[in-house]
Unconditional design. Structure first.
Length: 596
């Protein structure tokens, strides 16, 4: 369940809106599943499936470079360098089924059945070759897509407070002009198709192990968490009324699907295991300043604490949740099948049953041959559709989406984004700063104006206390389009100044020199000069802006005039500030306190 969050689901259960989840959490073994940085779905899910980090399994981005065309395409099984638990289980004689997991195209030839993640209910196009094994499943996939891949308007009306004509208009929008109505229809259809495929194949094949991936539980957050009750101050009131029901209705539908898996687990004396790659911010920790579906801030809505929940015969209820990690999932699944882990798997078996323990680890990875079915290369329009979806969810920037279809540079098979993500993992999870720096430099060798690795190197230098170097890298990141540059510079300048007096002034001086037209940088620089009792220098910086139409700038100019003991000028500037923004009680108080 991508993005499933304990706090939100438990709140729905407490309100009587998720009865199956309520029963699972009361009767099952629950643990907080710690993810890792960067909290990106392909990386974390592949770690859960393999037991190793992205530095080993090498799924490091949402996209990869197609070897034949050189363009960016959805990440696939070609990126993964080690076998997953289903491959190991199949190799060791277990029947397995896999439905729509990340980075699994083309479908693997396993003892059982396999459906890759390239099944797309959002398109009228027939499934491309390579999505299914055995080959006979292609027709079943096509039939289910036709039957469940379109959501009737009357079903959408349960989610939306919109007249039917507006729903129809939203559904009729062009693919390159997405809207929340069409996005909702696609994520509901995706959930239904995934569930129908998994349920019918499980009932028919009865595998020893079934892995099913639901993406809608994360998509609904990125698209609709800003509209969930209670209303955020920054959410438009009309939009809030239109979309406020979506999350609860979606999860009520999903809870019913969980009930079907519970019945099957009970009938077959199986263990039902639910995991998520991360949690999600649904409550007071939502932010008005960081959009849930924009490239620079989408990941902010993820929480490191995800879900692990096991339920079934022999699994005792655990009242107090324990903690586990994403690395523990693969060894635990193998233990449930009485199979050994690979020696390189980092995690431990989660003790969800008293008798459950790991078998002696073996050197399995080299012995398991992963063979895939034949597949055609993804065409440019399919790649563009995927890029538009990533853009809508905030996992791809507008600039990167615009570059879709252009031959991409790669190094050792990795994109610039993959190298950047590897650096983040190496620094914050593996705690190897040197290797992280090397990865970021590889990313910049592919694109010297890529803001994210520039900022990451700046942060590394800042944390080392190398403030001049950090400032230079930060200014490079800003030149490359770093998001929220003004607030970043202000925050860093304050930190620099606390740790080494004068370092913050130097950073602001550099920002002001590089961007003389930037009023925020000038304002921050002048204010810190005044606080350092360098009032005349501050005056030189702010004086050209005393005709500004920004009240914050006039307030800083007034501070500097007060520093120079010019109360008449202070009064004039503050009065002009109030004319621009009357809602400033502190400014009114300051004027009242001035000598007459």
């Amino acid at each position: 369940m991508d993005g499933a969050d304990w706090e939100y689901l438990n709140a729905l259960a407490a309100a009587g809106k998720a009865p199956n989840w309520s029963r699972l959490s009361k009767e099952g073994y629950g643990a907080t599943l710690e993810s890792f940085v960067p909290i990106l779905s392909p990386l974390v899910w592949t770690t859960q499936a393999t037991g190793v980090g992205p530095d080993v399994h090498r799924v490091l981005d949402f996209q990869e470079v197609d070897r034949e065309t050189g363009v960016l395409v959805p990440v696939s099984g070609a990126s993964r360098k080690v076998p997953a638990v289903w491959s190991i289980a199949s190799h060791l004689g277990r029947r397995v089924g896999v439905v729509r997991f990340w980075a699994t195209h083309p479908a693997e030839k396993v003892k059982g059945f396999f459906l890759s993640d390239r099944i797309d209910p959002g398109t009228s196009r027939a499934p491309s070759p390579g999505v299914a094994f055995p080959a006979g499943l292609d027709e079943a996939v096509k039939q289910i897509l036709e039957r469940d891949g379109r959501v009737p308007i009357e079903d959408l009306q349960e989610y939306l407070n919109l007249p039917e004509r507006e729903i129809r208009t939203g559904l009729a929008s062009r693919a390159d002009e997405p809207n929340l109505v069409s996005a909702l229809a696609k994520l509901v259809a995706s959930t239904r198709v995934t569930h129908r495929l998994a349920r019918e194949l499980y009932d028919r094949e009865r595998p020893d192990f079934l892995a099913v991936y639901y993406q809608g539980t994360d998509e609904v957050g990125h698209l609709f968490a800003p509209y969930a009750p209670p209303k955020l101050a920054c959410t438009d009131a009309a939009d809030y009324e239109r979309f406020r029901r979506v999350p609860e209705v979606y999860f009520a539908m999903f809870d019913a699907l969980l009930g079907q898996w519970m019945r099957r687990a009970n009938e077959d004396k199986a263990t039902l295991v639910l995991t998520s790659d991360h949690g999600f911010r649904w409550g007071a920790d939502r932010s008005c300043g960081k959009a849930s579906a924009e490239g620079a801030t989408a990941a902010f809505w993820h929480r490191l604490e995800g879900v692990f929940l096991a339920w079934g015969e022999g699994v005792p209820a655990l009242r107090a949740k324990r903690r586990a990690t994403a690395f523990d999932v693969a060894p635990t699944l193998l233990a449930l099948m009485d199979l050994p882990p690979d020696r390189r798997m980092r995690g431990s078996v989660i003790p969800l049953r008293p008798s459950l323990s790991a078998k002696v680890a073996e050197d399995l990875f080299p012995k398991v041959a992963v063979e895939t079915v034949a597949a055609t290369a993804i065409d440019r329009e399919q790649a563009n559709e995927y890029a538009r979806k990533l853009l809508a969810l905030g996992y791809l920037s507008g600039a990167d989406a615009a570059a879709q279809g252009v031959p991409a540079k790669a190094s050792a098979g990795l994109t610039k984004g993959a190298w950047n993500n590897l650096g983040v993992y190496l620094r914050f999870t593996a705690h190897d700063d040197g290797a992280a720096r090397e990865a970021w430099e590889e990313s910049l060798a592919l694109d010297p104006r890529y803001a994210s690795p520039l900022l990451n190197i700046a942060t590394l230098e800042k944390d080392r206390g190398r403030f001049p170097e950090a400032g230079r890298w930060l200014l490079k990141a800003i030149a490359a389009g770093q998001h929220d540059a003004e607030r970043t510079v202000a925050r860093w300048a304050g930190e620099f100044e606390r740790r080494r007096p004068g370092a913050g002034l130097a950073l602001l001086a550099g920002a002001h020199k590089a961007y003389a037209e930037n009023e925020a940088f000038a304002r921050q620089y002048a204010l810190l000069l005044a606080r350092s009792r360098r009032c005349r220098e501050g005056k030189e910086v702010i004086e050209p802006l005393e005709g500004s139409n920004q009240s914050d700038t006039l307030n800083v100019a007034a501070v500097i005039e007060a520093c120079l003991d010019r109360p008449d000028r202070v009064r004039l500037l503050l009065q002009r500030s109030l004319e621009l923004n009357p809602n400033q009680p502190q400014v009114r108080a300051a004027i009242a306190a001035l000598p007459r």
